[in-house]
Design a protein around this ligand. Structure first.
Ligand code: HEM
Length: 210
């Protein structure tokens, strides 16, 4: 759970930083997107690195889901008799929404790939012009796309907050002070990541990027 979670979180950080290149202009952003296909050349043929990354990420997502299922089953087996009443709900909102949050994120990623990678669901869908695809996607009249992305990114934020909190707890001191610190660090991490993602669609929506 932890190893695959860290891998996926690293991808999210790098992808968010890459998206911010949209503020450096069309030529620079498109150049960056084309460079992604050339990472590792000439040692690796064109797009090979990208396909290796896609394979690793897919395996990580599947392993993350399998690990979550195994852990959930183990937790249930540890308490075969269910609580008679569950008045007091344990854990934060983020902790309680991990499962459904994960499903929403998975559905979003499938939509997102059909939108901005393959271009099938994008109004422009031009593989040679990712900048134009992003601008066409989040155009003001398509506000509902920005809304959908916002909801998905907030779900990613909740998911990451709980994941990061668990990771920091495992690494840090098991004291109330350590827990407070882990909680704050996880919240800051999730908020920064969400803000880094959301700034792109909102920049297009408001005409800052066009
Ligand atoms: C507003 C936020 C986002 C924007 C503007 C954005 C933008 C993009 C763009 C332009 C691409 C295509 C890159 C290319 O083919 O050159 C892409 C691919 C991708 N994005 Fe995002 N993205 C966003 C959020 C996310 C989130 C939250 C996730 C994960 C939860 C994600 C996961 C992916 C994946 C898996 C790919 C496919 C990469 C590949 O081709 O192998 N993205 N994104």
């Amino acid at each position: 759970m932890a190893v695959t979670g860290i891998l996926l979180a690293l991808f999210l950080i790098v992808h968010m930083l890459g998206n911010l290149k949209i503020f450096t202009g069309e030529t620079s952003f498109d150049h960056y997107a084309h460079w992604l296909r050339d990472i590792g050349t000439p040692l690796l043929p064109h797009t090979w690195y990208l396909w290796i990354q896609r394979t690793v990420l897919t395996v990580a997502v599947v392993a993350h889901i399998v690990a979550a299922t195994v852990l959930a089953r183990r937790a249930r087996a540890a308490r075969p008799v269910r609580y008679a009443h569950r008045k007091k709900v344990n854990g934060s909102y983020a902790a309680r929404t991990m499962r459904w949050g994960g499903v929403i994120i998975l559905l979003f990623v499938i939509y997102h790939i059909l939108d901005l990678t393959t271009g099938h669901l994008n109004p422009q869908g031009d593989a040679s012009n990712p900048y134009g695809n992003v601008v066409a996607d989040f155009a003001p009249e398509r506000w509902y796309v920005t809304l959908f992305y916002t909801l998905a990114i907030v779900a990613v934020g909740f998911h990451l907050r709980h994941g990061a909190f668990s990771a920091f707890r495992s690494l840090g001191q098991q004291t109330p002070r350590g827990e407070r610190r882990a909680r704050t660090a996880a919240l800051v991490f999730a908020v920064l990541l969400c803000a880094g993602y959301l700034v792109v669609p909102f920049a297009v929506l408001t005409g800052l990027v066009s």
